[in-house]
Design a protein around this ligand. Structure first.
Ligand SMILES: *[C@@H]1O[C@H](CO)[C@@H](O)[C@H](O)[C@H]1NC(C)=O
Ligand SMILES: *[C@@H]1O[C@H](CO)[C@@H](O)[C@H](O)[C@H]1NC(C)=O
Ligand SMILES: *[C@@H]1O[C@H](CO)[C@@H](O)[C@H](O)[C@H]1NC(C)=O
Ligand SMILES: *[C@@H]1O[C@H](CO)[C@@H](O)[C@H](O)[C@H]1NC(C)=O
Ligand SMILES: CC(=O)N[C@H]1CO[C@H](CO)[C@@H](O)[C@@H]1O
Length: 438
């Protein structure tokens, strides 16, 4: 297949880069680390085997290494683990989203459940370490690395992150795990070790929120993960659903994927506020009438198309993905959070808990006026449409033009004039109540 031969070329290319070339600082930093950690074995052992083996074993770059390179960092023997599938009925959930689609908010629905080991954007470190070029073949390579790291994480191998943590953890203890405080599971029970006197938790860049804890011991986190009934994570760094196929087919993982989407007009409006640097061209257009160049439009089109490709694949229910994919619109969650939470939990095969319902109640009914951009504390049914008053119609129009097929698929109505855009009595949502559900 075309994708396969693409992998072949790319994987070979990446392997060659990692092994032979050391000019690229970032890649060599990773390989240096691998060399350091696994001295004689790997970079030699990987010589030619990686391209051949990776391709036969589920097209995976790390698949060949996940058992050799990555796992030998893991003192698995420390934790007895009889059934490789984990506790009976264990479910694995990936909340797949893009930035500004409300994924932190929806992720909390799972973070608040004490039966779930929840990770918040664990690929953040991977993205920072393995910086591939934004375009072309390397995007595929990074997707493969992301995918294989996700696989290890779903299997509760948190040590896999050590390859990407800077500075490198000592004795599996790190002071720097991105947004640790956003994962309840990393801040409670045994994982929350007592802070050392005169420092401890306060030296962490992303400390726990509700209590002070010592530095994160990944061994304890791994143990906690194995003791929880289910594992879930939210990420904005996985783009293509098709890449997850090997995880779905992995017998140790009982995976469900929720793709969370939002009206592309709202997403752009929100990104213009949240990432003013990156979306400067759009802001300039809004403020000064300077029309953005084709490259900006191409980027937008690319984003919309990749969302559509994943959704279309999921909704087409191929055999390998049957009953494992759910498309969820953020707007539907914002309008009926409790109902949608039940829907997502039912889909995931996980029982909703009173604590989840309580969190939803507190965080969607009241509006204590938080200004935090990443706040999940909002009057959801009121907030989610604010952008309609802020986004100039001409920008909405361009988004509609560029993203029309995606908007049609997701059921977002196009508007023809500025009045309708700003008229919040005119709903932009078409009924898509039974998206993706069998
Ligand atoms: C390179 O890989 C081949 C197998 O493809 C193996 O026979 C050979 O020993 C490897 N070379 C080194 C130096 O490990
Ligand atoms: C981390 O936790 C493990 C398991 O309890 C323990 O054996 C180890 O000593 C801890 N590491 C450090 C550096 O405290
Ligand atoms: C939240 O927004 C809804 C819809 O606008 C409104 O009916 C409700 O009164 C608001 N709740 C609070 C506490 O502001
Ligand atoms: C706003 O939309 C509603 C529902 O479509 C419509 O009845 C109303 O006339 C619109 N108001 C304005 C000012 O256009
Ligand atoms: C398509 C493919 O190669 N699938 C394989 C993925 O890996 C599992 C376990 O190693 C195999 O059983 C599949 O045949």
């Amino acid at each position: 297949m075309r994708v396969r031969s693409k992998y072949a070329i790319i994987l070979f290319f990446v392997a060659a880069l990692v092994i032979i070339e050391k000019e690229n600082n970032i890649i060599s930093r990773v390989s240096d680390k691998l060399t350091l950690k696994f001295p004689p074995v790997d970079l030699v052992g990987l010589n030619s085997s990686i391209s051949a083996r990776a391709l036969t074993e589920n097209d995976s770059l790390l698949a060949g290494t996940s058992s050799s390179v990555l796992n030998c960092a893991s003192p698995r023997a420390a934790v007895k683990w009889e059934d490789s599938r984990g506790p009976l009925g264990r479910r694995h959930l990936i909340l797949m989203a893009t930035t500004r689609t409300g994924s932190s908010f929806v992720g909390e629905f799972f973070n608040q459940n004490s039966d779930i080991f929840y990770l918040f954007e664990p690929l953040w470190h991977v993205e920072r370490t393995v910086t591939f070029e934004p375009k072309g073949a390397n995007a595929v390579a990074s997707s493969i690395v992301y995918r294989d790291v996700v696989q290890q994480l779903l299997l509760c191998d948190l040590y896999v992150l050590e390859n990407f943590l800077l500075p490198m953890p000592e004795r599996h203890v790190t002071a720097f795990l991105f947004r640790r405080g956003s994962s309840r599971s990393l801040c409670e029970g045994a994982v929350c070790t007592p802070p050392r006197r005169g420092g401890g938790g306060s030296s962490e860049r992303f400390p726990c929120r509700l209590r002070r804890c010592g530095l994160l011991n990944l061994t304890l986190a791994t143990q906690a993960c194995r003791q929880k009934q289910h594992v879930a994570m939210k990420t904005v760094r996985l783009r293509q659903l098709e890449f997850l196929r090997p995880l779905v087919e992995d017998l140790r993982i009982d995976l469900r994927v929720i793709q969370l989407v939002r009206d592309p007009r709202a997403v752009l409006a929100s990104r213009m506020v949240a990432f003013p640097g990156k979306y400067e061209a759009w802001k300039k257009w809004a403020d000064q009438g300077v029309v953005p160049d084709d490259e900006e439009l191409a980027k937008l089109r690319g984003n919309c198309e990749s969302l559509r490709a994943s959704a279309q694949l999921g909704l087409s229910q191929p055999a390998w993905l049957k009953d494992r994919f759910l498309l969820m619109r953020y707007e539907d969650v914002a309008l009926e959070p409790v109902k949608r939470a039940h829907e997502m939990y039912r889909f995931a095969g996980i029982s909703i808990t009173p604590e989840v319902k309580k969190w939803i109640h507190i965080n969607t009914q009241s509006s204590p006026g938080s200004d935090n951009l990443y706040s999940t504390h909002k009057n959801s049914s009121e907030q989610f449409e604010k952008w309609r008053l802020a986004l100039p119609f001409k920008i909405a129009e361009v988004v509609q033009k560029v993203c029309e097929p995606t908007m049609k698929l997701f059921g977002y109505k196009l508007v023809r004039d500025a009045e309708t855009l700003a008229n919040r009595s005119a709903s932009l949502l078409e009924d898509r109540r039974h998206f993706g559900m069998a």
